[in-house]
Design a protein around this ligand. Structure first.
Ligand code: URA
Length: 428
């Protein structure tokens, strides 16, 4: 085959057959198909789409580019067989759910092999967040991961380089060629890693709204459907929840800030939206593993999930009781008038946190553990003139201006007069 022929096929709106898909994914991974050719093909896929059989074959080819893990023989130290369940979010702002969720599910005797990633653009990364805990390390060997799963029940770590290497290469290319937001490419990217990881149950949290890759419900629904089909075709018990990402989750966006909030949830407190989504996802993961009739909120309240969290962090070298880093500088954004917070845009808050140093500007850059956004009120809450609505955190105060710019137009306080006028308009 040749790359130009495959590009022309998709450019002209035709389907690509199995043999050509296998060839092009393998040849790109080996460096035979050039990055500029794969980037043209990715753009043709973005513009012309793929049918279900093409997406399925493309995903299989990405899985075949690397190793597969197998948890089917996993047992606890007492010899009991362990079912596995994993969750994947398509990415959002303040989405720290994996942190309380993995230990919570494990506290019911289901093993959670959570391979996670780093921040991407304005969205935070689970590994970046956990690395703010002194001593914690993300890189484990397959053997270490298996041992921790058996002994602790939960592990959150980086995917090894052997897992779906075609996706690693293609993802980096898509990131710089404007080809991230294509449903066939997102679905195959996520599912190739999850299927290769070998989890028994997979629950997808497909985000929808300004802070998500999918801005509208129809495309979020199509992405969810595509991923669920791919998982089920591969024998993974897969389900999906569609959840809102127009407002940030919880009251923090940033690395150590989000760890602190997650620990509050594990201690039985924390913001209601974070608790609610954690419990809902836990219920779906447990159901997939055959455990029904439990209320996951119980193990948040009674300390069992916290116990697994502490053992999980310690097993990866972290000190769960260590002080978390705090940013050297803070700056408050205050309300100008009395009123009600009517808007708090997830994208604006995510961009601000990113600019404050919680995310990267270039690949491989370190992130600031203490940087990010702390919210003091949620939409619907009353504020008084001069009251802080949010606080910006950073080690590098020259970043405050750009972060404040990102927030412009991203939040609004309506005075009681505005609110009454809006209500009148609505009625008429
Ligand atoms: N996350 C992934 O792993 N891949 C995508 O394409 C988008 C989000």
């Amino acid at each position: 085959f040749d790359a130009i022929e495959v590009i022309r096929l998709k450019r002209d709106g035709h389907r690509i057959d199995d043999a050509r898909i296998d060839w092009v994914v393998d040849a790109y991974t080996r460096g035979v198909v050039a990055p500029e050719q794969m980037s043209a093909l990715a753009m043709a896929i973005l513009l012309n789409g793929m049918d279900r059989a093409e997406i399925s074959r493309w995903t299989a080819a990405m899985i075949a580019s690397g190793e597969r893990m197998d948890f089917s023989g996993l047992t606890a130290p007492d010899g009991r067989r362990l079912a596995t369940a994993d969750k994947h979010s398509t990415g959002g702002v303040g989405d720290k759910i994996t942190l309380p969720l993995a230990p919570l599910v494990a506290s019911y005797g289901v093993a959670v092999p959570q391979l996670s990633g780093r921040g991407l653009g304005h969205t935070g990364g689970t590994l970046d967040k956990l690395e703010s805990i002194p001593g914690w390390r993300a890189d484990l060997t397959n053997g270490e991961m298996m041992r921790q799963l058996s002994e602790v029940g939960a592990v959150i770590c980086a995917a090894g380089s052997g897992l779906a290497p075609a996706d690693k290469k293609l993802y980096a290319l898509r990131d710089v060629t404007g080809t991230v937001e294509a449903i066939p490419l997102i679905a195959s990217s996520i599912m190739s890693k999850k299927i290769a990881e070998g989890t028994g149950t997979l629950v997808l949290d497909v985000k929808c709204g300004s802070g998500a890759f999918m801005k509208d419900e129809a495309s979020a629904r199509e992405l969810a459907r595509t991923m669920v089909d791919l998982g089920r075709d591969a024998g993974v018990d897969t389900s999906a929840l569609l959840t809102d990402m127009s407002v940030p989750l919880g009251l923090t966006a940033g690395n150590a800030l989000e760890v602190r909030e997650s620990v509050e949830v594990l201690a039985g407190g924390g913001p209601a939206d974070v608790v609610e989504l954690t419990v809902e996802l836990a219920r779906a993961m447990l159901a997939g593993a055959g455990i029904t009739g439990v209320d996951p909120a119980e193990n948040l309240a009674n300390g069992k999930a916290m116990d697994v969290w502490e053992r999980m962090i310690a097993a990866q070298g972290g000190d769960p009781h260590a002080e978390l880093p705090v940013a050297r500088h803070t700056d408050a954004v205050t309300a100008e008038t009395d009123g009600v917070l009517t808007e708090l845009d997830a994208m604006a808050v995510g961009l601000a946190a990113w600019r404050l140093g919680a995310g990267r500007e270039r690949q491989g850059q370190p992130v600031q553990a203490g940087a990010g956004m702390e919210l003091h009120v949620r939409p619907g809450d009353h504020v008084r003139a001069g009251q802080p609505v949010m606080t910006l955190h950073t080690d590098t105060p020259e970043r405050f201006d750009r972060a404040r710019q990102a927030l412009e137009g991203g939040w609004a306080v309506a005075t009681p007069d505005d609110a009454a006028a809006a209500a009148l308009r609505e009625r008429s």
